[in-house]
Design a protein around this ligand. Structure first.
Ligand code: MN
Length: 739
């Protein structure tokens, strides 16, 4: 069987005249000189470049311009069609284009060029959809898309000159990306052409078979179809309806996908013909439908009212399938002239719509620009200005970027390279140390733009910081960063909780290790919804559970009845002190505990102290005199014994508040006294309250309690002193955060 010629074969034009003829036929004014100058410029720039077919390169932009004029697009689109390849394939700069043809044309040509640079890497359905959206999103102007579609259509018409490999790649891209975009813009004719050509080049054997079988069917069925057409006409006429009736063979690719979708053979395919009834008014469409249904039996479930409920691309029509004379089904589409124009040409038809004519369909429109398109259609007085106002952001909430491998990913607007890293892989996010966008190093908080190519740099030592939460835009990145931060906190809580539990268990002379491995603990964990003993430690460490209560549940009554008389052996065990502590504190008990001196009272060695288990931050150590402790602001069960370590030479800071009569020399005497007892002033603030009353806040360095007492005694000897007191309280038990 011989391969038939390509299904869509336009006559290739060789001069500008046919383009001008098509523009003329539109019946709108245009500037022929302007178009001619664009043509001449394009000819000069492309020079003696040739296409794969051997033809001068110029035939390509010329035919693209012709397609645009034929689709009834305006002069600007036609000029852009003539110039669409000069930026990519010649030495022309955007500035030159702008100077010669204006900002609009230069911008549009630039847009078409940029779209051409996004290489589609085939992956899956979702990837194809994302790629389509990216193309729409990066176009910024619908006309860029329209010219790109015309460009692609002409390339498909001349695809036979390409290598088999290029044919397949380009056809696939056409079927997966460009035909669906044409469909979305409602351009049924362009969509059908692109699909049939893509089908022809990508699946030649299937095309050949379908082509010949459809041919046979048409040969046999044509007479019957013609008879049916006449009977439709008679019935409508006797019903007083004026209408135009045509029938046509459906598109090859749509038949092919239907056969595949339904899993049937072509011999089982009946409705390969579609009748179209074009009426004058919307009322007539429904009347015509009534006539058809009265005379031919409709197949249940096949009637669709796209007039009341237009498709998202604004397609409107009534569809029904009826049974013909030999029992074969025929599809019938009924619509008005305007609806038919919209169905064939989509956006181009909208643009030419006269105001007030045609019904503006409402309903479930899922594409923002189509909704806007409708609104504009009602607002714009001169339909000719319609397309020039079509500079809109199709996806204002989204941004599309490339991976280094050419995959497209969609992010919310405002997303940064860090969001990108977390989308690719959690570890890539956790260890992200920097990013390149389009080859350039950028700060991690840089906002991504459509079409950016993003590469992530990592460093195994880099880990998430809380700061990252302030600039990531995706919930995935946020939750991954939070998860990481929480797991670090949990580790700390385990470090605190474990020794607390161990200490409590020792009070009852039981081995912590054996207890933690006992079935009793397993049962307890299960009951409380915990999976490991680490969970238990962390709950105690976070203060959600108290060691005392846990132990009461874990031990038998017999064990609980015999508490150890003395606490377990003390060990010098504290190793980690948070930054604002000064020197080690021994926490009575076992293991390493995070301990720090409470900011409210700054206890000094030698004085009585008490530990308090904070939520997740370790043990804060307070003076027993601290008003926060005295006022019992805390949960008694979280109290823990602490002791000063021996041989500690650390220096501690203590705040003192002094009231004295406001006389000269007071400050000098104070510093003298403090120096005498071998201390230093680290901070001092003096002022007066009532006349004659001086207030001094001073912070001094103290070795231990006895040293502090010496300092206080020294200060009390200063003449004119009214009162000195140690400042405590003010902040909370845990230091900065709620205990
Ligand atoms: Mn091109």
């Amino acid at each position: 069987m011989k391969m038939p010629p390509p299904p869509v074969r336009e006559h290739s034009i060789e001069s500008l005249e046919p383009v001008l003829d098509r523009l003329e036929a539109q019946g709108r004014p245009f500037d022929a000189d302007f178009i001619r100058s664009a043509f001449e410029f394009s000819a000069e720039m492309h020079g003696d470049q040739t296409r794969r077919s051997g033809e001068p390169y110029l035939t390509h932009p010329l035919n693209v311009a012709y397609i645009l004029a034929d689709l009834k697009f305006d002069q600007t689109c036609v000029v852009v069609g003539l110039l669409h390849d000069v930026l990519e394939d010649t030495l022309t700069s955007r500035e030159v284009l702008e100077e010669k043809f204006g900002v609009d044309v230069a911008e549009l040509v630039d847009g078409v060029t940029k779209i051409g640079r996004h290489a589609y890497v085939r992956r899956d359905q979702a990837q194809a959809e994302t790629f389509r959206k990216m193309i729409l999103a990066s176009a910024r102007d619908i006309r860029v898309i329209v010219v790109k579609l015309a460009d692609r259509l002409h390339n498909m018409q001349t695809l036979e000159h390409m290598s088999p490999e290029a044919r397949r790649r380009i056809s696939r891209e056409t079927l997966e990306i460009y035909a669906p975009i044409a469909h979305r813009l409602g351009m049924a004719r362009v969509k059908g052409d692109l699909e049939d050509l893509g089908f022809y080049f990508l699946y030649p054997h299937q095309f050949r078979e379908l082509h010949s079988k459809i041919g046979e069917k048409v040969k046999l069925g044509k007479a019957a179809a013609e008879r049916l057409r006449l009977r439709f006409a008679e019935s409508l006429e006797s019903g007083g309806l004026e209408a135009e009736i045509t029938f046509r063979v459906k598109r090859y690719y749509s038949i092919y996908t239907k056969l595949r979708r339904q899993g049937i053979d072509i011999s089982q395919l009946y409705d390969y013909l579609a009748f179209r009834i074009i009426t004058h008014t919307v009322t007539d469409t429904y009347a015509a439908l009534g006539v058809v249904h009265q005379n031919w039996r409709p197949i249940p479930g096949r009637f669709k009212d796209y007039i009341a409920m237009p498709k998202p691309n604004l397609y409107q029509s009534l569809h029904t399938t009826v049974v013909g004379e030999q029992g074969q089904p025929f599809e019938v589409q009924i619509r008005t002239r305007e609806m038919d124009l919209v169905a064939e040409e989509g956006i181009a038809a909208h643009w030419r719509y006269k105001e007030g004519k045609g019904s503006a369909p409402a309903g479930d429109l899922n594409i923002l620009w189509l909704r806007q398109l409708l609104e504009w259609q009602q607002e714009i007085k001169d339909p000719r200005t319609f397309l020039t106002t079509l500079k809109i952001d199709l996806y204002p909430d989204e941004v599309y970027v490339f991976t280094p491998k050419g995959e497209v990913m969609c992010f919310p607007r405002g997303a940064t390279p860090l969001d990108f890293a977390y989308r690719v892989h959690t570890d890539l996010g956790h260890h992200c140390s920097g990013a390149r966008v389009n080859g350039k190093l950028v700060p991690m908080r840089t906002k991504l733009a459509n079409g950016d190519m993003v590469e992530i740099q990592t460093n195994p030592n880099r880990t998430p910081s809380r700061d990252w939460l302030s600039f990531v835009a995706t919930s995935r990145a946020k939750s991954k960063i939070r998860q990481w931060l929480n797991s670090v906190q949990k580790e700390r809580a385990v470090e605190i909780g474990r020794p607390l539990l161990e200490k409590e268990l020792r009070k009852y002379k039981v081995s912590p290790r054996k207890t933690f491995e006992s079935p009793r603990v397993k049962a307890y964990l299960e009951q409380e919804g915990m999976s490991t003993v680490e969970d238990l430690f962390s709950r105690v460490g976070f203060g959600k559970l108290t060691a005392r209560n846990v132990v009461a549940r874990l031990l038998t009554e017999a064990q609980l009845a015999s508490p150890a008389s003395s606490p377990g052996p003390l060990r010098r065990a504290v190793s980690k002190i948070l930054p604002f502590g000064a020197g080690p504190i021994l926490v009575k008990g076992e293991g390493d505990l995070l301990a720090f001196l409470a900011k409210c009272c700054h206890p000094v060695p030698g004085e009585d102290i008490v530990g308090y288990v904070t939520r997740g931050r370790g043990v804060s150590v307070h003076s027993c005199e601290c008003p926060n402790v005295k006022n019992l602001l805390y949960n008694q069960e979280r109290e823990i014994e602490v002791q000063w370590a021996r041989g500690d030479e650390g220096r501690y800071r203590v705040s003192l508040g002094i009231e004295a009569s406001d006389e000269p020399g007071m400050l000098a005497r104070l510093t003298e006294v403090i120096a005498k007892v071998d201390s230093n002033i680290t901070q001092l603030e003096a002022g007066t309250r009532d006349p004659g009353l001086g207030l001094i806040d001073v912070e001094v360095q103290v070795k231990d309690r006895r040293h502090l007492e010496k300092i206080l005694a020294g200060i009390r000897t200063i003449p004119g002193l009214i009162r000195v007191e140690r400042r405590m309280g003010g902040s909370r038990l845990g230091g900065e955060s709620q205990p």
